[in-house]
Write a new protein. Structure first.
Length: 221
């Protein structure tokens, strides 16, 4: 018998909640990235998931909450990727390079995430700022980076006066720009920053720049 609280799946069977929510988030990510927050339609998301608008509201509570859930999952994917690296087993220089390369790879593989960030920044970060999981979104990445920086300073390898948040911003600025500004940069300068033939060059360049900054000899006049 179908619960009076949970919407029923066509054919009279309840859908698996986790699978249904994941499917909705998959399609919602694509729709928000394509049309923006204002242009995205819950009806369209429902139609593409073979579910109903009522079911989406049941699981997520409305369009605003659905967009917040999309952002939370997108940030969570980065957090998981960083945590799975186990960089703290590496020497600090290798660990920083691995972190930079992981973010480079992730941003390249998830252009929808870049579009979502653009959209959310246009809205003043109002949706992600309202997340009940805000503390868990960035703190694990900052914690890992902070421990790597501390190990580098203790060993005498790192000399830069930079904290984990600053380093995260430094790395992400290049990774973000390369994806977000690919087309305009290419039109103006005639170079595709995401061209396959230059991928390893940019990936290595990012690591080299970050490590050079962290290890620069600041005793020179």
């Amino acid at each position: 018998m179908t619960s009076v609280d949970e919407p029923a799946r066509p054919g009279g069977r309840n859908r698996d909640a986790a699978r249904t929510k994941a499917e909705i988030l998959d399609v919602a990510t694509q729709e928000f990235a394509r049309a923006g927050f204002d242009g995205a339609r819950v009806d369209e998301i429902a139609a593409r998931t073979s579910t109903t608008k009522r079911m989406i509201y049941y699981y997520f509570g409305g369009k605003e909450h659905l967009f917040t859930a999309v952002l939370e999952r997108a940030y969570g994917a980065i957090r998981q990727a960083v945590q799975e690296l186990d960089v703290e087993e590496l020497d600090p220089v290798a660990a920083v390079r691995r972190l930079a390369e992981a973010l480079f790879d992730h941003h390249e593989a998830h252009p929808d995430f870049i579009r979502l960030l653009n959209i959310e920044n246009l809205h003043g970060a109002e949706h992600i700022a309202a997340s009940e999981h805000l503390d868990a979104i960035g703190s694990p990445m900052v914690a890992v980076t902070g421990r790597v920086l501390a190990a580098g300073r203790t060993s005498g390898l790192f000399t830069a006066d930079v904290d984990a948040v600053d380093l995260h911003a430094l790395i992400n600025s290049f990774c973000y720009f390369r994806v977000a500004n690919r087309h305009t940069f290419g039109a103006v300068f005639g170079r595709d920053l995401a061209a396959a033939g230059r991928r390893e060059h940019y990936r290595r360049m990012l690591g080299d720049m970050v490590i050079a900054y962290l290890t620069a000899d600041r005793t020179r006049a």
